[in-house]
Design a protein around this ligand. Sequence first.
Ligand code: PLP
Length: 378
Amino acid sequence: MSDSLKFSTRAVRATQHRFKDAHPVTTPIYLSTTYERNTDGSYNHDFIYSRVENPNRLLLEQTIADLEQGVAAYCFASGMAAIHAIFQGLRPGDHVLIPDDIYYNIYALLKEVFIPWGLEISLVDMSDLEQIEKAIQENTALIWAETPSNPQLKLTDIAAVSKLAKAHNCLLAVDNTWPSPVLMQPLQLGADIVMHSTTKYFGGHSDVLGGAVVFKETSDYSERVRRMQSLAGGVPAPFDCWLVSRGIQTLSVRVLTQSQTAMKLATYLEGNSAIEHVLYPGLTSHPQHDIAQAQMPNGFGAMLSVLIKGDAERAIAISNALQLFTTATSLGAVESLVEHRKSVEGPESATPDNLLRISVGLEAVEDLIRDWENALGA
Ligand code: PLP
């Protein structure tokens, strides 16, 4: 810096980004909100302003599109922000089919925002093809599936529903948060859109919120969803994108191990006389086990629910007696969690009173089973 410059000028200019040729092995975090133009006035890679695009976000979007085998992915500040963009991309007067056991916050978003805005909604049992076909209308624009469903672990046959969607000229969107692309790839099964709460398995450590929308093909509709990033601005911060990208590096080892542990825990719980029923697609007792085998070839996921013999009070007492399962909401991270869902979803919820939802983490399966043995015996 020239000595002729004043102290305050030197303090600002001397700290500008300098080591552009450093070649770091891991991706730096690009906190800069604004980007320098080339001398001809152009910008590189749409890096103009961080709401429009940012290197950490672009890297994450390209990675998620690649893992889901889509052509484009757009990341948002949370799963709900991604879902909001999907519905905002539709038009008032469009009709949407949603599962009758959809993640309860999505239902609240539709009821409080999008129905007043002009979307029409029908709730159906997404495991019942006949019901789905009957509910499709002239103006149906989108079918939404969440499989396995939360918290009853019902499955939607994606290949079959995608045929229905195509026959009726509407889009099929699949919330693939629970299986992750390690266990299920909806675009390969015929879906048009995949949505993720990257807060869960992608992040994997309960320390970052995020959401993503992946498209099999780009279209006017996908462009409207993309525009929501820069128009509404619900974009993830660079550090959040960096954390999710780092989580993705260990996604497959985590999910495969967690899924194997969940299978063993589900099998143990099914044989315990204090349990009324275990809901897990990997068990042959699951009514759609054959669909699970076909569309989740690498494992059945790390989420399961159990119906405890007894009432809500007994279920809550058992969740409190567990030492290695934190009683908390959310899922998909390294630590095991347990939750009495009815208490979270409220009195209108159709979730049974005696249901506990379990998110299996990366602890040793022997320890987790012993923990349940102790809690159920207590
Ligand atoms: N979809 C599913 C299946 C979820 O479980 C959740 C959150 O729990 C969401 C979407 C919403 O994601 P987020 O909490 O990142 O907004």
